[in-house]
Design a protein around this ligand. Structure first.
Ligand SMILES: *Cc1c(COP(=O)(O)O)cnc(C)c1O
Length: 479
């Protein structure tokens, strides 16, 4: 008999409420009023490696400082961190701090990229009918309004578009450009089955108030648009903007209120990854949006060393719920150049999901998804046709994108059993590994489909491994 144990942990309510930024010598005299001024945050945002090194000079060891210096040299993205985030990092424990891991690269942690990594692994550029608009699913599209962010995440999926150029590759340029916007709006207007627009980037926090108004109204003028989401990591990076940038919040509120009058939902999708990112400042900031009736949903990325444990993820989900945010998705980390040390396995995602589900309200419980490389779109992490834990390859299908295509996700090699690591170490094995996985997926799919009666619309019964007879007469089970 298993023990039943209620989990009465309420630590998610203990929000940091002290001048934590004063631990950074350069900001020891900065008072709360200054710190909450979003223009001060913007002005003091760290945007050059040299600034990071300068701020850290007296608070970390010389070895760590050198590790950071070399880390920047190797990183394929430039740096951008707000004082809010920088001040939240525990510089006494810089190697393991969950915020340091996400935003400040260390040379000592670099891991070789996965052999299957591709630039723009989600193939967003392939699905772009016009520049800066990704239209992959029938009724929804992703509008990339611009290419700047409040913060540069080491694990960014769109590192192909975000940040200044690095030596490695020429980035696609998506500056704020009204002509490009008009082309995108025209496409949306002329595509009547579109109902849902995600405005992303970059980060919509970077839009000026009048640009929020312009985009919002342009979309609200299109009768078939029923849902509009502004995507921004801002609330996690610079929550005080919601407390002190009244023009921006008012612009968003005005768009939302017009939307409400015409029964169109306008909301925010944000991105918190760790409970530590949510302080009392965040609670007050999100309170402003809640009071105005603006729904906020959260999309996290599962990052190794940051939130890849059931306890951390549970606390994150509960804390988000506590500050009126809806946890929506947890993404299994995409294959991204230079971020291999941050990825974890599909198996880890499944294990964490099992613990998280049931720990709070179902409507505050995120779905764990894999954004299938090659353009398959988001798939429930559990819905693979096949998952080989030795080679780390999971195979997904995505009938609403392409019914005949198989999509492969690859766990990081470093987390595989030794036998799996050996196979990936041998380039002549790579095609074979994928071919095997596809074959296994094909036969698993055939078996499970033999229990599914197209037309009857329901599953006859669930097959279990090893008991399946492909030619079994399923009609006898339907009565
Ligand atoms: C994520 C995404 C969307 C929105 O998908 P939801 O599952 O509805 O959140 C739309 N278009 C693209 C290309 C996306 O990647």
């Amino acid at each position: 008999m298993g023990k039943s144990k209620h989990d009465f942990d309420t630590s998610h309510r203990d929000l940091l409420n002290e001048p934590f930024w004063q631990r950074v010598p350069a900001w020891k005299d900065v008072d709360e009023e200054t710190f909450l001024d979003w223009t001060w945050q913007a002005k003091n945002t760290v945007t050059r490696p040299q600034q990071v090194l300068k701020l850290l000079e007296d608070i970390v060891t010389p070895e760590f400082l050198e590790d950071v210096r070399q880390g920047f040299r190797r990183a394929s993205m430039s740096v951008r961190v707000s004082p809010y985030v920088f001040g939240l990092i525990d510089w006494d424990q810089p190697y393991t701090d969950p915020l340091r891991i996400q935003f400040v690269p260390l040379a000592s942690r670099f891991t070789k990229d996965h052999p299957m990594l591709r630039f723009d692994s989600l193939c967003e550029q392939k699905d772009s009918p016009v520049p800066g608009l990704t239209h992959r699913y029938s009724d929804k599209a992703l509008f990339l309004a611009m290419d700047t962010c409040t913060v540069y995440c080491r694990y960014c999926t769109r590192s192909y578009a975000v940040g200044s150029d690095t030596e490695d590759y020429e980035k696609m340029q998506l500056r704020v450009n009204r002509e490009r916007w008009q082309v995108a709006f025209d496409y949306i207007r002329n595509t009547p089955y579109l109902e849902d627009i995600v405005i992303s980037g970059g980060d919509t926090y970077q839009l000026k108030a009048d640009q929020v108004t312009e985009i919002g109204h342009a979309l609200l003028d299109i009768p078939h648009i029923r849902r509009i989401r502004f995507a921004t990591k801002g609330p996690a990076i610079m929550p005080m903007k919601l407390l002190t940038d009244h023009d921006w919040v008012d612009a968003l509120t005005e768009v939302m209120e017009r939307g409400r009058k015409q029964n169109v939902e306008v909301c925010i999708h944000t991105h918190f990854n760790h409970p530590k990112e949510i302080t009392d400042i965040t609670r007050r900031a999100l309170g402003v949006l809640f009071e105005r009736g603006i729904t906020v949903r959260n999309q996290s990325v599962l990052v190794r060393g940051v939130n890849d444990s059931p306890e951390i993820m549970k606390q994150l989900v509960r804390r988000l719920a506590y500050v009126n945010v809806h946890p929506y998705y947890v993404y299994v980390h995409d294959l991204v150049k230079g971020a291999e040390d941050l990825r974890t396995t599909v198996a880890t995602a499944l294990a964490i999901e099992k613990v998280v589900r049931g720990s709070t309200a179902g409507f505050k419980t995120p779905t764990f998804v894999v954004d299938a490389p090659g353009g398959g779109g988001k798939r429930d992490a559990h819905s693979f046709e096949h998952y080989d834990r030795e080679t780390g390859v999971s195979v997904y299908r995505s009938p609403s994108v392409d019914a005949d295509q198989y999509y492969f996700y690859c766990d990081p090699v470093a987390l595989l059993p030794e036998s799996g690591q050996k196979r990936w170490a041998d380039p002549s094995q790579h095609d074979l590994i994928l071919k095997e996985a596809e074959e296994a997926a094909r036969s698993a799919q055939l078996k499970s489909e033999s229990f599914y009666r197209p037309g009857s619309g329901h599953l006859v019964r669930l097959p279990s491994a090893g008991e399946i007879e492909p030619d079994e007469d399923v009609t006898s089970h339907t009565g």
